[in-house]
Design a protein around this ligand. Structure first.
Ligand SMILES: [Zn+2]
Length: 110
């Protein structure tokens, strides 16, 4: 009967990972660096995600922007939403305007 003194599964190392990640900036409320991703409003989309990163502190639950921790997240979200909608609106109007011009140009009887 073979005996194994060190019968340990070295491959199965238990890696306990807390949900979230280490933040580069500490929480402005309690100074903890343990944060998880916060809810992201759909209307800000990918453009908003580039400018602002909403995270929630794991320790005190404070929601803040990882890129600008001192700024008020609600105000920042609103400003970003207005800015993005404005740019998006101008972009859509430009496209529609060009489309109308193109249709008028092609429909123009000679
Ligand atoms: Zn905190």
């Amino acid at each position: 009967m073979p005996t194994y003194d060190d019968d340990e599964d070295e491959d199965e190392r238990p890696r306990k990972r807390r949900r979230g990640h280490e933040s580069r900036v500490p929480c402005p409320n309690c100074g903890s660096r343990s944060v998880r991703n916060g809810p992201w409003p759909w209307y800000l989309g990918t453009v908003g995600a580039l400018l602002c990163k909403a995270v929630i502190c794991n320790d005190c639950g404070h929601e803040f922007d990882e890129k600008k921790p001192q700024a008020d997240l609600a105000t920042r979200k609103r400003n970003l939403a207005i800015g993005i909608n404005l740019v998006g609106g101008i972009g859509i109007l430009t496209v529609i305007g060009l489309l109308v011009l193109w249709i008028m140009y092609t429909m123009n009887p000679r």
